[in-house]
Design a protein around this ligand. Sequence first.
Ligand code: 5GP
Ligand code: 5GP
Length: 239
Amino acid sequence: MVRINCAFKLLVAQCLFLLCSSQDFDFFYFVQQWPASYCDSRRSCCYPTTGKPAEDFSIHGLWPNYNSGQWPHDCDREASLEESQISDLKSKMEKDWPTLACPSADGMKFWGHEWSKHGTCSSLRQHAYFEAALNLKHKANLLQRLADAGIRPGKFYTLKELKHAMQEGVGHEPYIECNVDPEGNHQLYQVYLCVDTSGSNIVDCPVFPHGRGCGSRIEFPLFSSDLDSNLSLNWRGEL
Ligand code: 5GP
Ligand code: 5GP
């Protein structure tokens, strides 16, 4: 009797473990933003309190998704991001996952939002979730992939040129999202890559997002200025 009882408890514990740790999604979108376009799409932006970000793609988020195109969000409304869990990643996150929203901030609010909305559905713990995104940024190495194809900020390109350069380098087709700047130019805004549910491997996208098209002529805008990088100034220099 005691034996049966123990075996039953073990079975329940195993079931609970499987239930809690199973991934209820099909793949991740790993989304990176081009900072100059983020600033142009909002007509202004603010540098993080930690300083002006480098002219490079930066992480927006790692988002669980279903093959249907639907996506889960806010899977645990109780769970908030604990700074102590990611303290060893913070300097890398300041560099690779800066916040450009106003008012200037140190990133915790942005990262906390991404964790609550998307990370809680990832079945990864906080540290593993943020570390996975940082590793993916280096794996994708988008700016270098574009440079290898002769594509540099400050010029216009076709969607085909941008996609081809990224696909050649990364090995998988990206989804490119554009915004429109105040002069009416389409700009390279965000790049979506798909990642398997472990959060480690870039894979072919089962489905692409829709409805965020680009024109035929796409600006890859410069993100450089003479502003003091240690000050959290508005992108256009307004106070
Ligand atoms: P927007 O409406 O600006 O395209 O998206 C707003 C936010 O909704 C995004 O920043 C992201 O948090 C979420 N979102 C939009 N589209 C998708 C999607 O296709 N998959 C997932 N997982 N989240 C999305
Ligand atoms: P999502 O669109 O992912 O649901 O929400 C992004 C949230 O994070 C928004 O409230 C936005 O204001 C804030 N945020 C802070 N910094 C950034 C940034 O650099 N890029 C983006 N896309 N959103 C940011």
